[in-house]
Design a protein around this ligand. Structure first.
Ligand SMILES: Cc1cc2nc3c(=O)[nH]c(=O)nc-3n(C[C@H](O)[C@H](O)[C@H](O)COP(=O)(O)OP(=O)(O)OC[C@H]3O[C@@H](n4cnc5c(N)ncnc54)[C@H](O)[C@@H]3O)c2cc1C
Length: 503
């Protein structure tokens, strides 16, 4: 399964050049960082060789662990001076290879910038350093009965810096918005060493909306050093419906019917039978494992609001053909229903040695058609696929199950994933909902965007980072790469990644 980039057997000459380069860069970094903040021995840098997309690995040349914005400015100064690529890294939970190192690059970890700087219950905001974990913000805000709404399933580990870079979403984003809707201000350092503040404390900042350009830019425009997030009041109460469907397509139509009825649930998630059966023995969430699909629909607010919305949702679900409806009767049961959904990705390990998590977004009304298409692809590629996803947002997460020890299974899983994304684009959707492009979907960008659009993206990148040192070779494919990809698509081959040392 591990694709080591570049080839593990570097020619002796190149290995020697890399070692010399490592020493040169480390020596320069020692002038600006304490020695404990610089890792260069392979046994120390190994834990950074991949992110959550563990199929791709690359040992970085050096890892740095700055503990202040001033140290980040200094590190970027060294890298700029010596022309060294820099890969920012939060917790490394990303699923598209965004934090995957570059052979001759520096990984800049924000792990030591993990302080909540200020919590302001009056303005309902928190100012946090980039390495603060998503869940830690809500835990700290709980004393004021507030929380931070975007809740990726990885929230126990992932950082706010990574959330900003990926514009992360989660179960509650249908009602409360993605990261971009919940961040007021980002402070960041450009590769030139300038400290820039985007956005502001008010809802609308003057000038061009560069905050929106920056959020979701996958570490390619600057290093986040501080984030001001919005906090929202914890709802007085919440309850969740589990609705069963005998047909996946009927479940999909129920999703569209709920929204069409003018209901915006606090969460609207779907799991097909493969998913509920892989999760249930692991979490005992009480899922209906006989159903072809289950929907989890949450209502939150005052007790009266919740009761009314649960009744309205139940009526719509019944009309849409639900074969059974269960409503959580206590907070413990509500959390149990969600715990199955939140643990779905790890549960895949129970039924398959490996899985490949895709992330595409489609118009809600096309859900049924796309899931039927994915079922057809299971036969075509001879691989199973579990579907567990943010149905209300139309954000699919097909988990393609494979065994990397069987020759060509990973390649088939990759081709399967690429075809799913092409189908998402064909029905008017996009190749990513929240996990980003990284290296994983870089070729699918050629399917989604015309050369002129990719050129426009490069212009934005160059405006922030003229030398292309921040997270290069991620997210935006070169036009040459797209041309090669076009040829490969015709011949049915796969395009190898080519991250070769640039010194
Ligand atoms: C089990 C599991 C469940 C998940 N569920 C969800 C989900 O529900 N929703 C969702 O959106 N995602 C989900 N993810 C994906 C992942 O957790 C998110 O993308 C998350 O935002 C990554 O945060 P991180 O701190 O781990 O960032 P990393 O993986 O370290 O980095 C992600 C990207 O951000 C960049 N970056 C990191 N820090 C900075 C910084 N300070 N400045 C600039 N760039 C930076 C990196 O270069 C990289 O491109 C899941 C992942 C796992 C493993």
């Amino acid at each position: 399964m591990n694709t080591v980039l570049p080839d593990p057997g570097l020619p002796a000459e190149m290995a020697a050049a890399l070692a010399a380069r490592r020493e040169q860069v480390a020596a320069a970094l020692r002038h600006v960082l304490p020695s404990g903040a610089i890792l260069s021995a392979p046994e120390d840098t190994r834990p950074y060789e991949c992110d959550g997309l563990a199929a791709y690995r690359q040992l970085p040349m050096i890892v740095v662990l700055p503990d202040s914005e001033a140290q980040i400015v200094a590190v970027l100064g060294v890298c700029r001076e010596l022309n060294v690529p820099v890969v920012p890294r939060g917790a490394g939970t990303g699923l598209s290879g965004g934090a995957m190192p570059i052979a001759d690059g520096v990984v800049l970890s924000t792990a030591r910038l993990n302080r909540i700087v200020r919590m302001d219950a009056y303005s309902r905001t928190a100012v946090v350093q980039p390495g603060v974990r998503n869940l830690a913000i809500s835990e700290a805000a709980a004393q004021h009965r507030l929380y931070y709404a975007p809740d990726p399933s990885s929230q126990i580990a992932c950082t706010i810096g990574g959330n900003v870079a990926e514009n992360s979403g989660g179960v509650h984003c249908l009602k409360y918005g993605l990261t971009v809707h919940n961040v007021l201000r980002v402070r960041m350092v450009t590769i030139d060493g300038d400290v820039v503040e985007l956005g502001g404390d008010a809802l609308d900042a003057p000038g061009l909306d560069l905050l929106s350009v920056f959020i979701g830019s996958e570490g390619m425009l600057g290093i986040v050093t501080e984030v001001t997030v919005k906090l929202v009041p914890k709802p007085a109460t919440a309850r969740v419906i589990m609705a069963s469907f005998d047909e996946v397509v009927a479940g999909c139509e129920a999703v569209a019917a709920l929204i069409a009825a003018g209901i915006i649930p606090a969460g609207l998630e779907m799991m097909d039978q493969t998913s509920s059966r892989m999760v249930e023995p692991f979490v005992q969430a009480g899922y209906d494992t006989d159903a072809a699909a289950i929907l989890l629909c949450e209502a939150d607010g005052t007790a009266e609001e919740v009761e009314e919305e649960i009744a309205r949702m139940s009526a719509v679900l019944q009309t849409a053909g639900a074969s059974a409806i269960a409503v959580s009767q206590s907070e413990a049961e509500r959390l149990k229903f969600w715990s199955g959904r939140k643990n779905a990705f790890p549960a895949a390990g129970r039924i398959s040695p490996d899985y490949y998590c895709m992330d595409g977004t489609i118009p809600r009304k096309r859900l049924g058609e796309v899931l039927t298409g994915i079922a057809r692809m299971e036969s075509k590629y001879g691989l199973r696929c579990a579907n567990v996803f943010h149905a209300g947002d139309g954000n699919l997460h097909p988990l393609i199950l494979f065994n990397a020890n069987i020759p060509d299974e990973f390649e088939r899983a990759e081709a399967f994933g690429a075809e799913i994304l092409a189908l998402c684009v064909a029905v008017g959707g996009t190749i990513t909902g929240e996990h980003g492009v990284g290296i994983e979907k870089i070729d699918s960008m050629c399917v989604q965007f015309a050369p002129s659009e990719l050129a426009a993206f490069f212009s934005v990148k160059r405006a922030f980072d003229p030398a292309g040192l921040l997270n290069p070779d991620k997210a935006i494919p070169t036009l040459n790469r797209c041309a090669e990809f076009g040829k490969m698509r015709v011949s049915g081959g796969a395009l190898p990644f080519a991250h070769l040392p640039r010194f």
